[in-house]
Design a protein around this ligand. Structure first.
Ligand code: PEP
Length: 255
């Protein structure tokens, strides 16, 4: 199965020129690889200037708005993104939740994006770990609320599709004293997520949807996470074409 590697550039880089350079650098590596789907999520402002032009490289957005059109100053609709060739949308990233995005808003965003035929990269992750494993319930709640009331037909391609990115917030490189999770503990969560998805999206889609890990992923640790998980969401290292290229090559070599 193809591994999925997502680049989340966040609010970087600061010029279109730099964005083009990073994009070209990543594209050069992605072009040579057959077993990785690379998804680059740049800031909205750069999307129309970055053209993937190779089959295994796609553009994603870092956010969408939950209404389809109208008087919503400053927002970007799913249809505008589709029109620019965007195929994926990150929804529910912890940095957006920290700005006030609720599970209810995330649920509306997921519905709207799937309706437009975008594939959703739904981010979930606990703020901290506890010794009684209560954080599993926290993740269950994020998923229950995020997927509430979404018709099952949206969970199987070609109409749409869902990818889950498990990103423990404490493991994201911008967190204080961030440390990556271990592959074993991330995989334990992936098994839990897959099992809890069965009654929500149906057993077949739940068996098949990709579950990715994100949080301080780099060339030095990506192989461990990709042994049992279907891909990785990469933040800071995705702005460095050399590091990100290494990650892509490692992903391409996983059996
Ligand atoms: C992220 O923000 O989604 C992320 C995984 O960031 P980093 O790789 O920098 O920890």
């Amino acid at each position: 199965m193809m591994k999925i590697i997502i680049a989340n550039w966040k609010m970087n880089p600061q010029t279109l020129r730099e964005a083009r350079n990073i994009f070209q650098g990543i594209k050069k590596t992605a072009k040579k690889l057959k077993k990785v789907e690379t998804i680059i999520c740049p800031p909205f402002a750069y999307i129309s200037n970055l053209k993937p032009q190779i089959p295994n490289l796609k553009i994603g957005s870092q956010n969408v708005f939950y209404e389809e059109r109208g008087a919503f100053t400053g927002e970007i609709s799913v249809w505008m993104l589709k029109d620019l060739g965007v195929r994926y949308a990150i929804i529910g990233h912890s940095e957006r939740r920290a700005l006030g995005e609720t599970n209810e808003m995330i649920n509306k965003k997921i519905k709207t994006a799937l309706k437009a035929g975008l594939k959703v990269i739904f981010c979930v992750g606990e703020n901290e770990r506890d010794f009684e494993d209560k954080y599993f319930n926290f993740i269950k709640n994020e998923i229950d609320e995020g997927l509430k009331g979404i018709p099952r037909k949206f969970f199987s391609p070609p109409t749409g599709g869902l990818i889950i990115a498990y990103e423990p917030v404490w493991a994201i490189s911008s967190a204080k004293n961030a440390q990556p999770d271990t592959p074993e503990s991330a995989f334990r969560m992936a098994v839990f997520i897959r099992r809890m998805l069965m009654p929500i999206i149906g057993s077949e889609p739940a068996r098949k949807i990709p579950i990715l890990y994100g949080g301080s992923v780099g060339p030095e640790n990506v192989a461990g996470f990709l042994q049992d998980m279907q891909g990785a969401l990469v933040g800071s290292k995705s702005l460095n074409p050399k590091d990100f290229g290494e990650i892509l090559k490692i992903a391409n070599g996983i059996k």
